[in-house]
Write a protein that binds this ligand. Structure first.
Ligand code: PLP
Length: 438
């Protein structure tokens, strides 16, 4: 084969020079496994990038996309539509937490977040409450990389080169509390009171009637698998209700079964006003994101605009793309037919045992888990934060296992079709990698 030229492609969120000096190249995928360019089988411990819910190369999804591209490759989404968009919205809403009965399609998780923030501000405005413009996010939140998302997100590193933020944004403290909750299984016992900070902040630093929305990931995924303390989300909901503030759950990772329930909203019994989702919506096959929202929000826009007016001046060229809609319909059908969310719930106790068996291995300072996700937090190398996580990631890759790492935290989040022997292999490989880093 001709030598691959690697100069032109500037890779996202990647140490480009390190990568290009020793590339990790995936060339095909099936079920739980990738194949790399050396012909090695790689066990997918991260569901691609948290998105390949039903495993790779699933026939019903592949065929649906093939049929769609040969039938209707593209349709403009503004003032025009195609039937699959309505079908996909119907299916998604049928699977949504009860009470969220409208769907708005976008192209990614980042677009879903920025759309939700705009929709929240505009919602108050169309109801005559134009003073509500402030947005509240949380430290260690990740809401994608667009300007809205990095503004409400709480990752300083993602903002450091972009010192321009939405005005009128504040952040709650992260609920991560290693001192009280290390090695928790499932929801940590301590920390519901972190939610009370919302009330304290809006009363002392803001006028509550200026707050449009609060956005949180029910479980913060990308910043290290931070499971919400028992009762925390319910308290956030109560405070938002008390002050007329919209609550947005960013379920880009937690949607579609990751926590052993269809949605985090259902897992924790807390209904937000808007959910953002993406990733598993199409099993990662075609880029797509969506908002699920209460009908009151939709109806307020309808009531405020004349019948021939555009009610919400927002959308993308690729909103409700026909290929994405076909992939979403087939994916949601597959999840239901194979009862994958129930499967994740059924495997979660085994997964938890295997994750926590890493306690006592070198550098392990915390393990946390819920459903089919686990975070393993490691002691940092002195003066080199993040390097230990990278080392373990590379050692696992050498042994044919793909994981995610964020700083010195490993994230394990396999496709929901994983078998027990593959769960064993994931955690055994991590143990070997940790010992090899000693
Ligand atoms: N929100 C959350 C919670 C995410 O985890 C992510 C991606 O990991 C995003 C938003 C951004 O999604 P995308 O990368 O599709 O833009």
């Amino acid at each position: 084969m001709e030598q691959l030229q690697m100069d032109a492609y500037w890779m996202p969120f990647t140490a480009n020079r390190q990568f290009k000096s020793a590339p990790r190249m995936l060339v095909s995928a099936d079920g739980m496994y990738y194949t790399d360019d050396q012909g090695r089988q790689i066990l997918d411990g991260s569901a691609g990038l948290w998105c390949v819910t039903a495993g790779h190369n699933r026939k019903p999804i592949v065929e649906a996309v093939q049929r769609q591209v040969a039938t209707l490759d593209y349709a403009p989404p503004f003032q025009m539509a195609h039937p699959k968009a309505f079908e996909a919205a119907d299916k998604l809403v049928a699977m949504a937490p009860k009470g969220l009965s409208k769907a708005f399609f976008v192209g990614s998780g980042s677009e879903a977040v920025d759309t939700a923030l705009k929709m929240a501000v505009a919602y108050h405005r169309v109801r005559g409450d134009a003073a509500r413009v402030k947005l509240i996010g949380r430290e260690r939140g990740y809401h994608g990389v667009n300007f809205g998302g990095i503004s409400v997100g709480g990752m300083a590193g993602n903002r450091k080169h972009f010192p321009v933020s939405l005005p009128a944004v504040d952040h709650l403290r992260s609920t991560h509390d290693l001192a009280r909750n290390a090695f928790s299984r499932g929801e940590p016992e301590h920390g519901a009171e972190f939610a009370d900070e919302l009330e304290a902040r809006i009363l002392t630093l803001h006028d509550p009637s200026t707050i449009a929305a609060v956005i949180v990931e029910p479980m913060a995924g990308s910043t290290g698998v931070l499971i919400p303390p028992k009762g925390y989300l319910r308290r956030l909901r109560e405070i938002c209700d008390r002050y007329g503030i919209l609550l947005i759950f960013d379920e880009v990772i937690t949607g579609f079964g990751r926590l052993g329930a269809d949605w985090a909203a259902n897992k924790f019994g807390v209904l937000p006003d808007i959910i953002t989702c993406a990733k598993g919506l199409t099993n990662g096959v075609v880029p797509m994101g969506a908002l699920l929202l209460k009908p009151e929000i939709h109806d307020a826009f309808m009531a405020a605009a004349g019948e021939r007016m555009i009610e919400f001046p927002h959308g993308y060229t690729y909103s409700a793309h026909p290929l994405a809609c076909a992939a979403a319909i087939a994916s949601l059908d597959l999840y239901r037919e194979e009862q994958l969310f129930e499967r994740a719930a059924g495997l979660s106790a085994y997964f938890e045992e295997r994750a926590h068996a890493l306690r006592g291995q070198p550098y392990v300072k915390d393990i946390r888990n819920l459903g089919l996700v686990a975070g393993i937090e490691l002691d940092s190398r002195p003066g080199a934060a993040g390097q230990r996580g990278f080392d373990v990631f590379l050692k696992c890759w050498e042994q044919g296992v793909l994981l995610r790492f964020t700083g010195d935290i490993l994230a394990v989040s396999p496709p929901l079709i994983i078998e027990k022997h593959e769960i064993d292999r994931l955690f055994d490989t991590i143990a070997t990698a940790l010992r090899a880093c000693e």
